[in-house]
Design a protein around this ligand. Sequence first.
Ligand code: HEC
Length: 454
Amino acid sequence: MSTLVFFACAQAVDQEDSRPSAITWHQDVAPLVAQHCSSCHSKNNIGSFLQFSDYSTAKILANLLAEKVQSKEMPPFLAGQTEDCQPKHSWKDDPRLSAQEIALFVDWAANGAPEGDATNPAPLPNPTTKHLSEPYTVLTPDNAFTTPSEQGIEDEFICFVLDPELNQTQWIQALEVIPDNTKVVHHVVLFLDNQAQSESLKNDQGWYTCFGGSGTGSTEIIAAWAPGTPVIEYPENAGLEIPQGSRLIMQMHYHPVDTAQTDQTQLHIQWSQTEPSNETMVVLRGNNGSLGSDGLGLQAGENDNGEAEFRIPANAAAHKETMRIEVEGGPNKSYQLFMLGHHMHYFGTDMRVYVERNTVKDNEDADECLLQTPKWDYNWQLMYFFDADNNNAPIVRGGDILRLECIYNNTMDNPDAVKALTEQSLTAPIDVGLGEGTLDEMCLAAIGLTIIEE
Ligand code: HEC
């Protein structure tokens, strides 16, 4: 009797539910893992990460995988949207899973992670990893760096000085970071040092320590890289100008592990010998404590007593600093953005960049949110690319206002703040101001743009 009832129920569910009744590893989940997870979580890639590309491991981890995709922590991509910010342009190489794909992980785990038919698996997508095509220049630090050998000790931030030995101006068309020791390489920020100031900072091994910036006064950002970042390409008609005599500063963020590790991460650069038709720049706007007083645009806000001050009081849980910065040039000067990135340190929790338009054309909004990173994480300083080659990218004009909003949590409820304080042997929050140290903050946007009309 009970068997009959059971069958009757199962059939009813099958008819109502349009999804296949059994979601399995070989038929449904393995292709998603291959496409969306394996660039980091597989043997050939970032060695110290969890690996789950085979059924026997994935089955054990099924609930954890489902949890991480459902919370959208995985795959890591911090650009998000909230009620305050609905970016209207899509991102190039957006790795996020669709709601249906997330549901497949969740339902599969909830059903006990069935294996399915191993003799008839769904085809696995080819790895999408793309590399630079020849010719390119290989830049290698003079010496390998050895990380200390204790787990749980502070992260290391090392700036390597790389000399591309240019005897004339050239333009970077594309670049690729080739991580060497993936057990310890966490992320990389690349700066342009067009005055070669970093030469005087480096030791006889060719590097110096640095944290929030490059440690030199005159730097521009070129790119940021984290595991999973594809080849970085500037738009077709654009390229980043590197004057003769410049140095590139490669800031490495290392996570030491329990054994000493050496690393000699390389940079591959594809140059354009001819000047691109559109002038391209990556500019930094906002506050980092050393951009000079004219570009700051800091607004008076909470805890400021009427005068603008960048100070995050101890124990403030959602302190906001706002900057309004006018875009240079007259209303006829227009720029197409191709890339945006955010930068804060360990106290930051949420950041947004808006454009307040002076002239509003076609489908544009007067107040447009360009990028929000609602769960800011210092460990994932990614650059987000618009599809500028297909004109699916925002335009800003001289006289428009860029508005940056940075939100900080300076309490012991913020695990990153606790980590930064503990490293300095502090047990309670202190007031945080601007600067390059781990107990200082910044609110910066890196903006990649091409000038499209003078
Ligand atoms: C761009 C690289 C990258 C991609 C792609 C990626 N992950 Fe991760 N994943 C990480 C890193 C790095 C960590 C370690 C946590 C951290 O540092 O934030 C992690 C951690 C995890 C963890 C937690 C491990 C633990 O010990 O708690 C799970 C589970 C996970 N990822 C699942 C996935 C799944 C499922 C996918 C695909 C849908 C995926 N990840 C895609 C980089 C990636």
